[in-house]
Design a protein around this ligand. Structure first.
Ligand SMILES: [Fe+2]
Length: 361
């Protein structure tokens, strides 16, 4: 069986005699050949039926071989092109190779030489196609693995939240509600998708450090001593320490965990940051956190009404809270979706895309 049985090719030459020589040779190798007498005819032929191999003369009327090559490389990148040149046109032949021709044959040619060049060009084409397909599949695999890494990370993070919820009944639902309120604020402020993802992630994790707080203190019904209060407040630092190695590439979410108990006037904890020095994400979640804490029943006090809690937020503007965030909170939950506070459906957690990129890098 001829080596290229069933493969199509196109022979382009304005001299019918030369064209016939090439066609006969290629048909002997098993090719099914189409013929064209100019570049324009060749393009018409390719538009009708693309082929894996084109052998084209360089000097032709209407459209020469160089212009034809340029079109083929652009429109049919999987087609191998061999140019046929006169010996005096070696420079043009080199230019054609630079433009993407796979090989050239100089006239007058020997049939064995043409046969060898065709075989080589098609081998080269096969390798190029295999390489392209390998690259494509590699990208798909990298993509799938990056997705799996993200899933594993989020599963790990959820496991931490579940562990905390098992230990502290109050936290059950608190993280979710804080995440929902925070997302409402983020949308009212028109934050971009990446920031919204960061805030959703950080808000859900903000109290994870309570895993490291003693249960007797966490569940104490009466007023806390100063020392007990200090112990509870260590949860921000403990949380940041637990999550730090996991979330090196999600610094915004980590900042929420560490800094959600900072106060705008600089008297919060753990770093006594003041005003704009407090990471913005943490200023945002701190309003949502305080609102949920005030409207939930705690072991040591009944809950406030929504209106009372709103008043507290207003009074805390510029003292405990960033005034712009409190205003956004009001905008998010006033108006058509009037209070009591609705519980919007929480979106599935996503890693901020910058973090995703870092994990892929
Ligand atoms: Fe907290």
């Amino acid at each position: 069986m001829p080596p290229f049985a069933g493969m199509r090719c196109l022979v382009v030459d304005d001299e019918p005699r030369l064209r016939r020589v090439l066609v006969r040779l290629l048909e002997g190798e098993g090719f099914t050949c189409a013929e064209a007498g100019s570049g324009v005819e060749a393009l018409r032929e390719l538009e009708h039926t693309p082929v894996p191999l084109v052998i084209s003369d360089l000097r032709m009327p209407e459209m020469d071989g160089v212009s034809l090559l340029r079109e083929i490389v652009q429109r049919w990148p999987e087609t191998a092109v061999i140019v046929v040149t006169a010996v005096a046109e070696v420079e043009s032949a080199v230019a054609c190779l630079q433009m993407g021709a796979l090989d050239y044959v100089a006239k007058p040619f020997h049939l064995d030489e043409v046969r060898a060049r065709v075989t080589q060009a098609l081998d080269k084409r096969r390798l190029l196609l295999e390489n392209r397909s390998y690259q494509h599949h590699l990208e798909e695999r990298v993509e799938a693995q990056a997705r799996r890494i993200e899933e594993l990370f989020l599963e790990g993070v959820h496991a931490l939240v579940f562990a905390l919820e098992a230990k502290d009944a109050y936290t059950r639902g608190h993280s979710m509600r804080v995440a929902n309120y925070s997302l409402g604020i983020a949308r009212a402020l028109g934050l971009d998708r990446d920031m919204v993802d960061t805030i959703a992630l950080g808000a859900e994790l903000h109290d994870v450090g309570k895993i490291g707080v003693s249960e007797s203190v966490l569940h104490k019904a009466g007023t806390l001593t100063d020392e007990e209060y200090r112990h509870i407040m260590e949860h921000t630092v403990i949380g940041a320490r637990i999550l730090g190695p996991l979330m090196r590439d999600a610094p915004g979410a980590l900042a929420i965990v560490r800094s959600h108990h900072e106060r705008f006037d600089g008297t919060g904890s753990p770093d006594q940051l003041r005003g704009d020095a407090i990471p913005f994400e943490a200023r945002l979640v701190s309003v949502a956190d305080a609102f949920d804490a005030m409207t939930s029943v705690r072991p040591y006090r009944p809950s406030l009404t929504v209106a009372q809690a709103m008043r507290e937020l207003e009074e805390g503007k510029g003292v405990q809270f960033d005034a712009a965030v409190v205003d956004a909170f009001r905008r998010a939950f006033d108006g058509p979706t009037a209070l009591p506070i609705p519980t919007p459906q929480l979106q599935p957690l996503r890693l901020p895309s910058r973090a995703m990129e870092a994990r892929r890098a």
